[in-house]
Design a protein around this ligand. Structure first.
Ligand SMILES: C[S@@+](CC[C@H](N)C(=O)[O-])C[C@H]1O[C@@H](n2cnc3c(N)ncnc32)[C@H](O)[C@@H]1O
Length: 267
């Protein structure tokens, strides 16, 4: 009930790239200290005393107060989806990689796969590079706005697949343009774990979640944008838990094979 009132009273935000840069540069700067204190990769991948605290989460569709390892849950979801949908790949790029922890996690599981990460905010890139060096996991990071960036800023080779995790959510209206940019730089396809309100359940929490995401100006019309890309295969799966009790994320698997839209870059 309290969450519903809080959402109703919240003022509507207008999300612009400058706000995202400000919010995440500030947020990621705090991770310099966490990285300095991290003794092991595990400490870095889920910061003790910070990211293991109890709170309200969406756990398997239920509102729950507990210490839920949502970070580990999302990474396992990603890993499992990679294994099911894209076997035998040799390179992966994350778009909007933050401080690069998903890629370090993947590199620790797939040492032979090349890992590239693009991130909008300079502090994210700096910290990701420092962490890669500290833990001896060879991942490459570079600054890029994958919505507005010039083609010369895509400094890494095209990769087999790309993915986003809670990054397209920051691009409310132009997610289709962002997806086109990603798909132009991958050979086989992409994976996206994102909050897509049109897939939310028609329960009270699902409806309040839709209102909440509209008020904070998150991703809208994503499903329609994806369908209009002309891809042969679009698979959508629910992600049953989330860090935000009003969020019911979806996993989108986009397969470029025989796409009518990207005929020239099939390799
Ligand atoms: C919620 S964080 C998620 C970070 C990372 N994917 C993870 O799971 O830890 C969203 C990230 O997307 C980045 N981002 C948002 N819009 C972007 C854009 N247009 N280009 C590159 N990165 C972007 C933000 O700066 C932020 O670091």
């Amino acid at each position: 009930m309290r969450m519903t009132y809080a959402v109703l009273r919240r003022r509507r935000l207008k999300r612009k790239t400058a706000n995202v840069v400000q919010e995440y540069s500030d947020g990621w700067n705090q991770y310099r200290d966490y990285l300095r204190k991290a003794k092991t990769l595990e400490d870095w991948l889920r910061v003790p005393g910070v990211e293991d605290q109890p709170g309200f989460f969406n756990v398997e569709g239920r509102l729950s107060y507990q210490s839920f390892d949502h970070i580990g849950f999302y990474r396992r979801t990603l890993l499992e989806a990679l294994r099911r949908h894209f076997t035998g790949i040799s390179s992966i790029t994350e778009y909007g990689c933050g401080v690069g922890r998903n890629l370090l996690f993947l590199k620790s599981r797939f040492p032979q796969v090349a890992m590239y990460g693009y991130e909008l905010c300079a502090p994210g890139v700096e910290i990701a590079r420092a962490a890669s060096e500290k833990f001896g996991l060879d991942c490459c990071f570079s600054q890029l706005d994958y919505l507005h960036g010039h083609s010369s800023q895509y400094v890494f080779p095209d990769s087999d697949i790309g993915f986003t995790m809670f990054s397209l959510e920051q691009i409310p209206k132009e997610s289709q343009a962002a997806l086109r940019n990603i798909l132009h730089h991958v050979r086989f396809g992409s994976l996206h774990i994102e909050p897509v309100p049109e897939n939310y359940p028609l329960s009270l929490r699902g409806l309040v979640g839709r209102l909440d995401h509209w008020k904070v100006d998150y991703l809208t019309g994503f499903d329609k944008s994806v369908r209009r890309l002309g891809l042969k295969d679009v698979i959508v799966e629910p992600v049953c838990s989330a860090h935000n009790p009003l969020m019911f994320p979806s996993l989108y698997i986009l397969n470029k094979a025989q796409s009518s839209l990207f005929p020239n870059d099939e390799k």
